[in-house]
Design a protein around this ligand. Structure first.
Ligand code: ADP
Ligand code: MG
Length: 334
């Protein structure tokens, strides 16, 4: 069978549907941003992510230092999505002969900087040759109070749906970089014009993981009912929470946070900002649900937007436009 017929998530579920944990320590196996393993009073959150040259990154415009930073951030973001604090990182690389030692040192400079910013120890990894290109796999390990781990499957009907930061910026950064690359390929004398796109390009090349939001939960005594990080786009992640929790949702177009820079770049490239925010990947923002009773705790936080609420499964997953039209949310995926 062709993989395209069932897609990434279809493939994962087909390969893993019959896997049942036998270890009492395995509180959460496959199906969330990270596995949760309980040892005594504490639990470990463990996640692994792979970036492949030519698929997940393009070295014509992604500096290796940024790439290292981003690879680590992708791992930390999955840990924050479980309400866990990152502690250790393992890094495996497969490298072809086209890479110099100095190039790989740059990659590691980025990895080390991300570890420094998030107080993480790089504790191991693996190095292997590859026939072509570069592949990076990071495994991130975090710590969480087992009673406070946030899963995808615990959203409750009536909960508020919240998102951190703003959406679609990283996708617009990618579109701008791709446009400049095309122009450069047509005429190598042309210098890339990125001055007006600093914000969106930075969101694409050097994203951040929302440690501040997880710290905010701790300091304000807030425990989301469900949480996921937005790596594949809001639509796709919302559907993951709704499917896992067996609920529906209603979100409102005008509540979805989109930065002015994202809107400007989208309009310039003839893209609809809403579509960009719904389906663009690589945002590394957090999407979470909270009980209505906790409304007061988030309403004052400028970095959190309430975009809608959780409904019953039978109501489906819908977006309400400014004119009041209901549109069913479908996952485009990243
Ligand atoms: P994320 O986007 O948060 O990194 P994924 O969509 O990659 O999550 O993965 C969803 C779930 O499927 C996770 O629990 C992950 O560990 C699991 N998973 C993905 N690929 C595989 C695989 N090849 N074998 C086993 N589990 C997998
Ligand atoms: Mg994730």
């Amino acid at each position: 069978m062709d993989i395209n017929k069932i897609g990434e998530f279809g493939l994962i579920s087909r390969l893993t549907a019959d896997i049942k944990p036998v270890q009492p320590a395995t509180l959460k196996g496959i199906g969330d941003d990270a596995a949760i393993l309980r040892y005594g009073d504490t639990a470990l959150a463990v996640t692994t992510d792979t970036l492949v040259e030519g698929v997940n990154f393009d070295l014509t415009y992604a500096p290796l230092q940024h790439l290292g930073y981003k690879a680590a951030i992708a791992g930390f973001s999955d840990l924050y999505a479980m309400n866990a604090a990152p502690r250790q990182l393992l890094v495996s690389i497969a490298v072809s002969a086209k890479f110099s030692v100095e190039a790989l040192e740059l990659l590691y400079r980025g990895l080390k900087l991300a570890c420094k910013h998030h107080r993480v120890d790089l504790v191991g990894g693996d190095t292997a040759p590859s026939v072509t290109g570069l592949m990076i796999t990071v495994t991130a390990i975090g710590e969480v109070d087992p009673a406070k781990a946030t899963y995808r499957n615990k959203a409750q009907k009536g909960d508020l749906i919240c998102v951190s930061g703003n959406l679609g910026a990283a996708y617009m950064g990618l579109q701008v970089l791709e446009r400049e690359k095309k122009l450069f390929e047509e005429d190598p004398a042309i210098q890339p014009q990125l001055d007006n796109y600093g914000y969106v390009v930075r969101r694409q090349l050097k994203p951040e993981a929302r440690r501040d939001i997880v710290d905010f939960f701790a300091s304000s005594g807030l425990l989301p009912t469900a949480m996921i990080d937005i790596s594949d786009g809001l639509s796709s992640e919302l559907l993951h929470i709704c499917t896992a929790s067996n609920v529906g949702c209603e979100i409102h177009h005008h509540k979805i946070p989109i930065a002015d820079e994202t809107v400007a770049a989208a309009e310039e490239l003839f893209l609809e900002p809403l579509i960009v925010a719904l389906n663009g990947g690589d945002d590394y923002e957090l999407l979470f649900t909270i009980p209505v009773a906790d409304y007061d705790k988030v309403v004052g936080n400028e970095d959190v937007s309430i975009i809608g609420y959780v409904t019953g499964r039978e109501e489906g997953c819908n977006l309400v436009t400014e004119t009041g039209t209901r549109i069913e949310i479908k996952a485009q995926g990243w």
